[in-house]
Ligand binder design. Structure first.
Ligand code: FES
Ligand code: FES
Length: 185
């Protein structure tokens, strides 16, 4: 085995590296081992458990957060790569008691059941709107397809997002009308 990748001898401390970044506007200075993901850093070391660990493999989107305004799967991002970055998690979307418009729309449209996927859906929707790539409900569905909802709240999620985007909901596809409680194919 290459000596450079040989396991550390038993009892040897794993090296940690200093990083500085902002989470929801709060500066953080932290020492972190190279293997720690951003998701684990947020949940296990900073106590921000709003971002969820669904699959831990980049498949479900439950861990989605915004890094410098761009949505990423935090389970696939190493914490040491976030030096100097601005991270926004679900805990940072509301302004005090004032919900983010997407949060209010999710409530208004019943866009969740168990709520496990909801933090990731919301952060992803914020990222989607910022990207400016979706101009129809079909494109919203496609660009939200990285976020899985086990409960099947997809129609309500699309309704909530399109409302915030001032987009007529599903008018682009009259052959597939909005059927609350159904999962789009
Ligand atoms: S927990 Fe990150 S994509 Fe599923
Ligand atoms: S609301 Fe339950 S997984 Fe989406």
């Amino acid at each position: 085995m290459d000596d450079s990748i040989a396991a550390l001898p038993t009892g040897t401390a794993v090296p940690a590296y200093p990083i500085q970044f902002c989470v929801n506007g709060e500066p953080q200075n932290i020492q972190v081992e190279a293997y720690v993901t951003l998701l684990d850093l947020l949940r296990e070391r900073l106590g921000m458990t709003g971002s969820k660990k669904g699959c831990d493999h980049g498949q479900c989107g439950a861990c989605t957060v915004l890094v410098d305004g761009k949505r990423i799967n935090s389970c696939l991002a190493l914490a040491v790569m976030q030096n100097g970055k601005e991270i926004t998690t679900i805990e940072g979307l509301a302004q005090g008691e004032q919900l983010h418009p997407l949060q209010q729309a999710f409530i208004d449209h019943d866009a969740f059941q168990c709520g496990y996927c909801t933090p990731g859906q919301l952060c992803s929707a914020v990222g989607l709107i910022g990207e400016g790539q979706a101009s129809t409900p079909a494109e919203v569905r496609e660009l939200m397809s990285g976020n899985v909802c086990r409960c099947g709240a997809y129609p309500q999620i699309v309704a909530a997002i399109t409302e915030v985007m001032n987009m007529p909901e599903r008018k682009d596809n009259p052959e597939r009308p909005y059927l609350p409680g159904t999962v789009p194919a």
